[in-house]
Design a protein around this ligand. Structure first.
Ligand SMILES: [Cu+2]
Length: 136
């Protein structure tokens, strides 16, 4: 094989190395906890390590500052990627018990996602977000 062929591969190898570096920058995270001062959201997923284009079941548990179930009326989720501009897709949460919500969702890409939460708590607007790592 001529040296020219090998050198032509170099840019591609450099790109692969850069992508690999980016991929390892974020550790896998199957579970996510996020919250504001007086509530928390605990997210678990099945499978634990979701991959792009494969359905995943999202189990969301909301609790107040005392750890008691937190019910949010009309809870909606919107999944987006902070580093990208392809917009958000709706995550259709439904209530399955006190403070418990479940949704099936298929993430369109591997990477870091944030699910924005929106609803009403005691008649006032509720907003939050949970982070999800997909395909890592
Ligand atoms: Cu994306």
């Amino acid at each position: 094989m001529a040296g020219g062929g090998w050198q032509a591969l170099l840019p591609r190898l450099a790109l692969l190395a850069a992508v690999a570096l980016l991929s390892t920058a974020c550790a896998p995270k199957a579970q996510s906890t996020a919250g504001e001062a007086d509530w928390q959201a605990h997210l678990t997923m099945t499978p634990q390590k979701p991959a792009a284009l494969r359905p995943v079941v999202l189990n969301l548990r909301l609790v107040d500052r005392t750890g008691a179930p937190l019910d949010v009326a009309e809870l909606e989720g919107f999944a987006g990627m902070p580093e990208m501009e392809h917009g958000e897709s709706r995550v259709a949460f439904r209530r399955t018990g006190p403070g418990l919500y479940v949704a099936e969702h298929t993430f369109s890409m591997d990477g870091r996602w944030v699910i924005r939460l929106r609803g009403r708590r005691d008649g006032a607007p509720f907003a939050g977000r949970v982070a999800v790592e997909v395909g890592r």
